[in-house]
Design a protein around this ligand. Structure first.
Ligand code: KG4
Ligand code: ZN
Length: 335
């Protein structure tokens, strides 16, 4: 009799090649992540063609390593899961084809996973999720508020109308002459600076949970130009602190209103920007004396990784929701 479910999961939607082995949807047996940041740094952002090439070179080694570290063989697998979207199409295809090959060769089910569902279910690898819940997903490609009344039921109540929050961080950082990815640098500088510039807050319509960061990004760029034209010295730390204050005000403000309206038990933070110290502190303070449980997974599970894909794949496995061999990389897959 087989007691455990074992899933091999693969993630190649952007610039991380990752493979993981997950037991019963909650236990990480291995989670190997190979980052390409160094290769993209000199271009100031992810170059899709380079990302695909790296995935091709890495994928078999990363899968082998994940299997070895987990101490399982392909015969032990109940399914192979893979991010089918959203993401860079050329990058997604590498993972999707690797997963198809494994599914076919070993006669096991193939499970296509939505990347954001993965980010949310990363929390399940720490502790069981409790519904209803709200997830704030903030990364280089996403800024979304997602309401879940029950398991596997996603309702996007708010999203960005232009730049993702991580993207705004990276663009502002570039203007400040900071290396890519700029988020961590701005975060560090913001701790050293003070909010001396009143940048705008994009609240949009009063009842909207949507976000917009491009106006703020332009305001920062214009301010820097004005300083330069006047020959004034720019205090980068103060600019970083002022920018970050605007971002956090809006993110936390909208999240708080949604938590109250939807009366959720848990608030999950997900995505690479969850690393932001200012955001974490602001959320902790805001929800400290409430009944809402704030859950922020460890950093390794906030940034892109395959373990989170395996965690959500288990939900689909339980329901018998498998993909066919015509599974494709879907750059704009809807949740
Ligand atoms: O989730 P992720 O690893 O990749 C995807 O975009 O899917 O997120 C990467 C993003 C980058 O834009 C990076 O600048 C941002 O997360 N980021 C941060 C911090 N650490 C990473 N942004 C603000 N503060 C940070 N500490
Ligand atoms: Zn991501």
């Amino acid at each position: 009799m087989k007691r455990h479910n074992i899933i091999l999961a693969i993630e190649t939607s952007c610039d991380e090649t990752s493979a993981a082995v997950i037991r019963d949807g909650s236990e990480i047996l291995s989670n190997v992540v190979s980052s390409q940041i160094e290769s993209h740094k000199r271009f100031g952002g992810v170059v899709p063609e380079i990302a695909s090439r790296h995935h091709v070179e890495q994928i078999t080694f990363i899968i082998e390593q994940a299997m070895r570290e987990a101490g399982v063989s392909f015969r032990d697998l109940d399914a192979v899961a893979v991010t089918e979207g959203p993401g860079l199409v050329g990058a997604l295809l590498i993972g999707v084809n690797a997963a198809k090959a494994i599914a076919f060769a070993h006669g096991i089910p193939l499970i296509g996973v939505h990347h954001i569902a993965g980010h949310i279910y990363a929390n399940q690898l720490i502790k069981k999720l409790e519904y209803p819940l709200l997830a704030l997903v903030v990364s280089g490609g996403h800024t979304e508020l997602i309401y879940m009344e029950e398991e596997d039921d996603f309702k996007v109540i708010g999203e960005t109308r232009d730049d993702a929050v991580g993207e705004a961080y990276d663009k502002v950082a570039r203007t400040l002459g900071l290396p890519y990815p700029g988020g961590p640098h701005i975060d560090r500088l913001a701790q050293e600076g003070r909010e001396t510039i009143a940048f705008p807050r994009a609240w949009l319509e009063p009842d909207s949970y949507d976000f917009s960061f491009s106006g703020l990004k332009s305001a920062v760029i214009n301010t820097l130009h004005n300083y330069k034209q006047r020959g004034d010295e720019v205090n980068i730390a103060d600019v970083a602190a002022s920018f970050q204050a605007s971002v956090i005000d809006v993110l936390v403000g909208k999240t708080k209103r949604a938590v109250e309206e939807y009366k959720v038990k848990q608030l999950l933070l997900a995505g690479g920007v969850a690393a932001n110290r200012g955001l974490r502190e602001a959320l902790k303070t805001t929800f400290a004396d409430t009944d809402v449980e704030l859950r922020i997974p460890p950093l390794s599970l906030c940034t892109d990784n395959a373990a989170m894909i395996g965690a959500y794949a288990y939900i689909k496995w339980k329901k018998g929701e498998f993909s066919s061999y015509d599974l494709n990389g879907e750059p704009s897959l809807q949740l």
